[in-house]
Design a protein around this ligand. Structure first.
Ligand SMILES: NC(=O)c1ccc[n+]([C@@H]2O[C@H](COP(=O)([O-])OP(=O)(O)OC[C@H]3O[C@@H](n4cnc5c(N)ncnc54)[C@H](OP(=O)(O)O)[C@@H]3O)[C@@H](O)[C@H]2O)c1
Length: 371
């Protein structure tokens, strides 16, 4: 029977990740069954895989099983998933090996498709035909695996910028897999982008892609350099993947300082430019610290891909998907440091590495075996 990875947090504050045997899925009329050949481990997958468990307490074995302790103070946040054996893995790609009776499903038989819908850390997965993206011949599962979460989010940022009346973007943790895609999109589309990173090698990586504005948050002149970049580009909307700490606040302050440079008269309420930061990730789980020193016209909010797509016009959704399909080997190419099987995901060394969410250390899971 096919294998599927499951994650459970029990009421007695233990995490258990294991492989279970599941029935081979049968496609309904409008469904296809995909042999999942490649699926990435993204930060959002780690959130479901480990929940609030303390990864330092993770123990492997006996067999392909990982256990860990959940701190008592974090259990309230886990109430919605207690004692449920949850499948994991947002997106992936593979070959269609069975199809339901509908014409749409039948047309996909034997094709390489990208899929979204969860439970991708499985050998086989049934999904609705309209949940997948068909690829041209020559596209591999590894190339097609990271097709939705990061590519659609990077495009969603540019769409949001335009829809909310801004003309340039700021992005943090900008050397991420997503950040590299965003840089390529902005260059192609003529959108100014100010990248914020925390190491010189990340700045070098982005400059090699063609980035014009990169600020290192650990540099002594960070606030001044950021203000200069914002004054030059006019960027008034930021997408922050970090969330914790005072970076969002410093970005708003730099936006205000940049706006004040062009002001003709003083206002005690600050500039009349709307300044927006969206926290769209939680790489730092600590509190978000806001020091209100940037006038009265600003906003800090959350941003999530799924509601963005739900609220977008069909034309927008179709356009973004079509771009992913045609640029899957270029703009939306992802790089992986390691490839592992489902069982390989559960080794101590692998958990230690993919759990770090470090630049260029993304893992690709191959549920049906390595090439
Ligand atoms: N809201 C949404 O709908 C949505 C959708 C897609 C993705 N996301 C978010 O997008 C972000 C990027 O995803 P990805 O797959 O592209 O990530 P990734 O390739 O794994 O890269 C993560 C990056 O974050 C940096 N980083 C990690 N912890 C950090 C911290 N505490 N402070 C500053 N930088 C830190 C790493 O740099 P170092 O090497 O220096 O550690 C690395 O460059 C994630 O936060 C993810 O959750 C959100």
């Amino acid at each position: 029977m096919p294998l599927q990875l499951r994650s459970t947090i029990t009421s007695d504050a233990k995490l258990n990740i294991s492989l279970v045997e599941v029935a081979m899925p049968e496609p309904a009329d409008n469904e296809i069954v995909v042999r999942v050949e490649a699926t990435p481990i993204n930060p959002s997958d780690l959130g479901l895989l480990f929940g609030a468990a303390d990864r330092d307490t993770a123990r492997v074995g006996p067999g392909p099983v990982v256990t860990a302790d959940v701190p008592a103070g974090a259990m309230a946040g886990m109430a919605g998933r207690l004692d449920q054996s949850l499948p994991v893995g947002n997106e992936g790609a593979g070959t269609v090996v069975a199809a339901g009776a509908s014409d749409e499903a039948q047309a996909l038989m034997g094709k390489m498709v990208s899929v979204i819908g969860g439970a991708m850390y499985s050998e086989y997965r049934a999904v609705r035909a309209n949940q997948c993206l068909e690829h041209d011949p020559g596209v591999t599962a590894a190339e097609a695996a990271s097709w939705f979460v990061n590519p659609m989010t990077a495009q969603g940022m540019v769409e949001t910028m335009r829809a909310e009346g801004h003309s340039a973007l700021i992005h943090t943790a900008a050397a991420s897999n997503l950040g590299q895609m965003l840089q390529k999109i902005c260059l192609a589309d003529g959108v100014d982008l100010v990248n914020i990173v925390r190491r010189p090698e990340q700045a070098a990586l982005l400059r090699e892609l063609g980035a014009r504005h990169v600020c290192d948050s650990r540099a002594a002149d960070f606030d001044a350099a950021l203000t200069d970049a914002l004054a030059e580009t006019g960027a008034t909307i930021a997408f922050d993947a970090i969330g914790g700490g005072d970076l969002a606040s410093r970005i708003l302050s730099a936006m205000e300082a940049a706006a004040s440079r062009n002001a003709t008269e003083y206002s005690r309420y600050g500039s009349d430019v709307h300044k927006q930061v969206y926290l769209y990730g939680g790489l730092d789980r600590g509190p978000t610290v806001i020091r209100r020193e940037f006038g009265m016209i600003w906003g800090v909010g959350g941003w999530l891909l799924t509601p963005f797509l739900r609220n977008a016009e069909r034309e927008v959704r179709n356009r973004l998907r079509a771009r992913v399909r045609s640029e899957i080997k270029t703009t939306f190419a992802s790089h992986y440091t390691q490839q592992v099987t489902l069982e390989g995901m559960l080794s101590e060394a692998a958990i230690g590495q993919y759990g770090r969410q470090a630049t260029g250390e993304k893992y690709l899971v191959r549920p049906n075996g390595l090439d």
